[in-house]
Design a protein around this ligand. Structure first.
Ligand code: XMP
Length: 327
C-alpha cells in the first residue's frame, strides 16, 4: 500500500532507477486496490492524466477505460496524439468523444471570461458523466492529482479538482497513483512508462484551452486562427531550440480588426499576438526576448499562412501587471 501523504523523508525522484522503484511499488498497490474491477479516467492528454493512464494500462490493462473529450479548444494535433499514443501504441481501452459542436454552440456569443470558463467546465462534466453512465461495472475513478494540488487545496489556494463535480449517482472510489509526486517526478515516471518526451515535458496548457486565447465571444474562424498560429509558433520554437527552454509560449487572436494591404488590395483582418514567458512559480513572470531573425520569420509565416491575420504583435509585458493568459 502506498501512503496517502508524501512521507517527510521521501527521496525526490530524480533518476530512472528511483522512478522505476516507484512504478514497481505503485503497480503492486494498484493491482491490490483494483483487483478485477474497472477504472474510469478522463484523459485530457496533459502530463498528469497521461502518466496516470500509462501507469494504469501497465497495472490493469483493459480494465482501465479512458475517455478523451475533445472540447474543440485543444491545440492542433492534440486529440490525434492521444489516440496515437494510447490507443494505437499502448492498446488502451479509449473512448474518443468529439464534442466540439456542443461546446462551441454553448459558447457562441458568450463574451464574459468567467462565464466562458464555467460553460467549458460544466459541459466537460456533463459530457464525461454521459459517457460514464453508458458504461457498466465501473467502480473506480482515476485522477491525475499531484502533491502540489493537495498542498494548495489544504492551504485554501485552489479547490482540489477531485470528483466533486460529478453527479451524485456517479460517485466512485478514487485511484490517484501520482498524488504524492511533484511535477518533475511525474515527468520522469511518465518517461519511464514509455510516454513520448513531448508529452511529459510539454508546456503548461490551461483547462479551458484555446478558449482563453480567443478573447471575447469565440467564433470558429478566429479559433482556427489561434490554433494555426499556435502550431506555427510551436514548430518554430522546436526548430530553434527553444522548446523545453522557454516556460510557456502561445498566440492570442483578439476580437478586433485593423486595415492592411495584400496583393494591392485592402484587407480588414485580426492581429495575432505572440507571448513567450519564463517563470519558476507563475506568480512572477518575465518575458523571453526572441532573436530578431526569428521574430521576422514568425511574422512572415503567420501573415502568409494563417487566414484572417494581417498583423503580428509581440506582448513584452511581465507579470505583474499582466497575467500570463488574456482571460
Ligand atoms: P495566469 O493567466 O493566471 O496563468 O497568470 C498562470 C498559469 O496558469 C495557467 N492557467 C490555467 N491552467 N486552468 C489551468 O489548468 C485554467 O483555467 C488556467 N488559467 C491559467 C496559465 O496557462 C499559466 O501557465
Amino acid at each position: 500500500m502506498i501512503s496517502d501523504r508524501r512521507p517527510d523523508d521521501m527521496v525526490r525522484i530524480t533518476t530512472p532507477e528511483l522512478a522505476d522503484a516507484f512504478i514497481e511499488e505503485q503497480l503492486k498497490a494498484l493491482r491490490e486496490q483494483i483487483g478485477d474491477k474497472k477504472v474510469l479516467l478522463a484523459l485530457s492528454g496533459g502530463v498528469d492524466s497521461s502518466v496516470v493512464a500509462a501507469m494504469l494500462i501497465k497495472a490493469v490493462g483493459k480494465q482501465l477505460v479512458c475517455v478523451h473529450v475533445n472540447h474543440g479548444l485543444l491545440r492542433k494535433g492534440e486529440p490525434e496524439q492521444v489516440i496515437e499514443v494510447f490507443k494505437n501504441q499502448m492498446n488502451a481501452n479509449l473512448i474518443y468523444v468529439d464534442a466540439t459542436d456542443r461546446f462551441l454552440d454553448k459558447l457562441a456569443n458568450v463574451s464574459d471570461p468567467e462565464t466562458k470558463r464555467k460553460i467549458i467546465g460544466n459541459e466537460f462534466i456533463e459530457v464525461f458523466a454521459e459517457e460514464a453512465s453508458k458504461l457498466d461495472g465501473i467502480e473506480f475513478l482515476a485522477q491525475g492529482t499531484i502533491w502540489p494540488d493537495i498542498l494548495e487545496s489544504e492551504a485554501g489556494i485552489k479547490a482540489h479538482h477531485n470528483a466533486g463535480g460529478l453527479p451524485e449517482d456517479l460517485q466512485f472510489e478514487l485511484v490517484e497513483p501520482v498524488k504524492i509526486l511533484f511535477k518533475d517526478e511525474v515527468r520522469i515516471v511518465g518517461e519511464r512508462l514509455g510516454l513520448p518526451a513531448n508529452m511529459v515535458y510539454r508546456q503548461p496548457f490551461p483547462g479551458p484551452g484555446l478558449g482563453v486565447r480567443c478573447p471575447g465571444a469565440i467564433t470558429r474562424d478566429r479559433l482556427e486562427a489561434v490554433r494555426e498560429s499556435d502550431a506555427i509558433l510551436r514548430e518554430e520554437f522546436a526548430k530553434n531550440g527553444l522548446e523545453g527552454k522557454v516556460w510557456q509560449y502561445f498566440t492570442v487572436v483578439p476580437d478586433f480588426k485593423s486595415t492592411g494591404v495584400k496583393d494591392g488590395k485592402r484587407t480588414f483582418d485580426w492581429p495575432c499576438i505572440i507571448r513567450a514567458i519564463n517563470t519558476t512559480d507563475v506568480m512572477e513572470v518575465t518575458v523571453e526576448h526572441l532573436p530578431n531573425e526569428l521574430i521576422d520569420h514568425l511574422v512572415n509565416r503567420i501573415i502568409s499562412e494563417v487566414d484572417g491575420i494581417n498583423r503580428v504583435l509581440f506582448d513584452y509585458t511581465p507579470k505583474p501587471p499582466a497575467t500570463v493568459e488574456y482571460e
